[in-house]
Ligand binder design. Sequence first.
Ligand code: FE2
Length: 437
Amino acid sequence: MNDSRGLPFSSGTSSSHETYERALAALNVYRGDAVAIIDEALSTDPDFVMGHVLRAEVLITMWERSVLPKVHESLQSLQALHDRSNDRERAHAQAIARWAQGDWDGMRLSFERLLADHPRDLLALQVSHLADFYHGDRDSLRARPERVLPSWTSADPAYGILLGMQAFGLEECGQYAQAEDTGRRALELQPDDCWAHHAVAHVLEMQARQAEGIAFMQSREAHWAQSDNGFSFHNWWHTALFNLDQGRNAEALALYDRCIRPEPIGVQVMMLDATALLWRLHLNGVDAGTRWNELADTYEQSEEAGFYVFNDMHAMAAYTATGRTRAAADLLKAVQASAAGQGTNARMTREVGLPIVQAIDAFGQGRFAETVNLLLPVRYKAHAFGGSHAQRDIIHRTLIEAALRGGDQPMARALTQERTAHKSHCAFSWGLRQRAA
Ligand SMILES: [Fe+2]
């Protein structure tokens, strides 16, 4: 009754255990639909505790309000099975319950305890690693895999998956050389680990190695861009960024149409990448045509406002770019209401989210000095509302563009000098600096 990493199941048939391994393997490399796979086991084995756990936690990794009803369904099943569950399974159920209550910080603490007791719980590790990402917690992104690695060996099939997580954490901590080595080692062990591939892509992005970045993405496309890869949209987004910062706008837009936003899906993590790419083009003065309308429509139809402020920032960008002042005002009200509420998103919103959402709204209305004043105090604290350095770069770009358009030449010069010091090989950053000069 143990899983393949030696952790005991309290329940389940050998067939459901096999299905659990298949669903977890799918999650590890973001291939296929892990929820659909585990549902196969739950349909014939409804008392399989770890099946309910995996189902709820995979849904949680989407980090949006729309999954709450299904997460609550799984929680009800877990509560009914509470007395028959083992301690580790109950710890999972506690983490899920905390997330469902909006206590995302508490969820991460539950996982920290669980992983100290059970460092080989791969599901707990991956889900909490993603939770660290949604908190922009670079230290935990690196340290969480590092805390458990000594309990694993390179003979473990998932060892490469752990190195992929560590590589991303190292990159977010700015340890680029070590991140690249670790990521490339992870890829030797598990070539289809699109998260490890992505960690290396981040190193290339942060070091502005754009031409090398495009070659890296192309050379390994068979390993990260499979048709059933649920993370490929994001690796395509990185490919588009490499193109964009070399001035290849047409290529970036072609990737948008073909790979990043081929259809109007309401999944928030997909929408935010699409928005962030168009917003970079918007700041550069490039007209993205009708693409913005589709995004803004989809945001208006969603019921996510006020759930997670990192998503709200992107919705505001879509409303700003399409001049939807009414939708922008409604969103601002929802964000202000969540700032006054309870839970982790309320804290994130108060600390950084609200001023950033207000800054983008102000930018859209041409109040550039206000944008500068709102962003300056929070731009280096913005990790508090999640995402990666690469994703949050739109905050720095918006700030520079607001300074330029607002005629604040000393600030634009200062900010672009800072940028070229970090990215001395980045043609785009030098272009900004020339404009400021
Ligand atoms: Fe990324």
